[in-house]
Design a protein around this ligand. Structure first.
Ligand code: A3P
Length: 270
């Protein structure tokens, strides 16, 4: 097994920077951070150390700029980048296809109501965290009509059917591997095995590479130094009233059904 190269400026002999052959396109709050770090255990995977936001924010800088954001890797390694914003940006799939029409895409999804609340919790925790910021209820439900506001950004990002339809205009479903984020959280190993198959990689990541951390209440990576994801991953969510969750669940139902049809697969309990 060759040494892992963890820094994009650190270079072993016979390595180069390559454009990604696989991209984690989303979904935000689906478990993308844990996914890319768990995949990084594989000796034939090299990951970009940050979200590059090339196709959404930096496209004009050109492919060489993008390539230079990638880690040095051996020719037998697959370079993976993750930028969850890609999934919901309309113009991104066309640009990705222009770069590489046979690229492999990973999409990790999660039950949409929980994802929406997690998304709001992130905005609230990061930027505003003050009492004058509207509550989840105020943003998610129209106060006059009492119906769900599809324009609320966190809700809109959970319309998986809408965003998936856009990707399927440019890519075959066979190129997009869907990861069950709820299962990944409980059983990362099961999902990782499927990804190894999808990427045509030898099965190298084993259950022994992770342990369940009772304090973090999530799986963490075993190693010379054990590593859990930071506190921003696996946050306590803001409290949301049950009637709002019920309304959202009902609102997402037809969208979920449409998504299931598109991907020829169902997620129970959504
Ligand atoms: P919550 O903070 O809502 O629990 P992303 O990395 O795409 O932002 O996703 C964050 C989510 O990853 C977390 O959402 C958490 O539920 C999920 N997750 C799955 N496996 C995890 C792990 N091993 N450690 C931390 N978070 C994990």
């Amino acid at each position: 097994i060759r040494p892992k190269i963890r820094h994009r400026f650190h270079r072993y002999p016979h390595t180069s920077r390559y454009l990604p052959q696989c991209i984690i396109i989303g979904v935000r709050k689906g478990g993308t951070g844990a996914l890319i770090h768990f995949l990084d255990i594989h000796p034939n995977i090299a990951i970009a150390s940050t979200e590059v936001h090339f196709f959404d924010n930096n496209y004009k800088r050109g492919l060489n700029w993008y390539r230079k954001r990638m880690p040095y890797s051996f020719p037998n390694q697959i370079t993976i980048e993750k930028t969850p914003a890609y999934f919901v940006k309309k113009h991104v799939p066309e640009s990705v296809k222009k770069m590489n029409q046979s690229i492999k895409l990973l999409l990790i999804v999660r039950e949409p109501v929980e994802r929406t609340i997690s998304d709001y919790t992130q905005i609230w925790g990061k930027l505003v965290r003050n009492s004058s910021y509207p509550t989840f209820e105020e943003l998610a439900i129209d106060p006059a009509t009492k119906i769900v506001k599809p324009s609320f950004a966190a809700t809109e990002r959970s319309l998986y059917d809408k965003h998936m339809a856009n990707w399927l205009k440019y890519f075959n479903l066979s190129q997009i591997h869907i990861v069950d984020g709820d299962n990944f959280r409980r059983n990362p190993f099961q999902e990782i095995v499927e990804i190894e198959k999808f990427l045509h990689l030898e099965h190298k990541i084993s259950e022994k590479d992770y342990y369940f951390d009772p304090d973090k209440k999530f799986y963490c990576i075993k190693g010379f130094i054990n590593r859990c994801l930071p506190d921003s991953k696996g946050r306590q969510h803001v409290k949301v009233q049950e009637y709002v969750k019920t309304k959202l669940r009902k609102f997402f139902r037809p969208h979920n059904e449409m998504f299931f049809k598109m991907i020829s697969r169902r997620f129970e309990n959504w």
